[in-house]
Design a binder for this molecule. Sequence first.
Ligand code: ZN
Length: 322
Amino acid sequence: MSTDTKMRGGIDLGGTKIEAIIVDERNEVRGSGREPTPTDGGPAGVAAQMAKVLKEAAAAAEVEPASLAGVGVGSPGDVNDEAGTVANAGNLPDWTDAFSLAASLKDALGCPVHLGNDVQVATRAEAELGAGTDFSSLIMVAWGTGIGGGIVLDGRPWLGRGAAGEIGHTVVKDGGAHCRCGRRGCLEAYAGRGSMEDRARREVAKGAQTDLFTIMEQRGRTRLTSSIWAHALERGDHLAHELIDRAVNALGVGIASAVNLLDVEAVIIGGGLGVRFGQPMAERIEAAMKPHLFNDFRPPAVRVAGLGDLGGAMGAALLATG
Ligand SMILES: [Zn+2]
């Protein structure tokens, strides 16, 4: 076993899976692990699973967790790195009150632990190591169950008062579709994977034909995952195409509006759907933005997240660089 203290750990805490990696000083991945996120057991159960996944990654990298320079965590919810706590992690089991995640992981792993917001760390990873390295200002759009966003201006993250980047809740249609946030007309209400699934279920209840739920059942899933959407599109499923077209249009409106405000050099499309659909869909989003760009003779570059699914964990590991 190596005792190289230049190695760092990164944990991406998601609603469905926990991903951990060990990277060396050049940010090369030396080991990784992945397990489902527990659906019960509360925050303590989730923390125990996170420690287990990190230990798997460390074993693969042949390094003791206690000898790591540190472990970073990208988490949903209200993250307070100073206090070492996470609260209101909506998609995780019974996780409303602040839980001392950093202390719990430090006890289990024996090395320093740093916490960050999941989308913010993924944005930093893309800016420093991924598709954003050529640009000093960019917007990251995390297109998944919801739609998160991150902003980098002049090489620095723009966090506002802590809540900046909520591009999913920018309004693309006044009085429009109901959003899961309780408001109406948000981008996420049209393009979030969760909202698209809600809409697909309503259409099926009204008699629409689609293979989406057949594919879901064949795969033993209970939700429409990114790959189920991709598969339905490949099969030419009419409803899937209709809902994705609607999502792409809404993304074009929302992202172009953000670009009109900030005039960033690049837009990076990540998240489960963004990564799964890849470059062809990024080009469709770019085309959908076009009619809404004020500065249309100088559009921003639109790119797919360069780190793929690993962006969250890579960004988390960057938190441990000190
Ligand atoms: Zn909303």
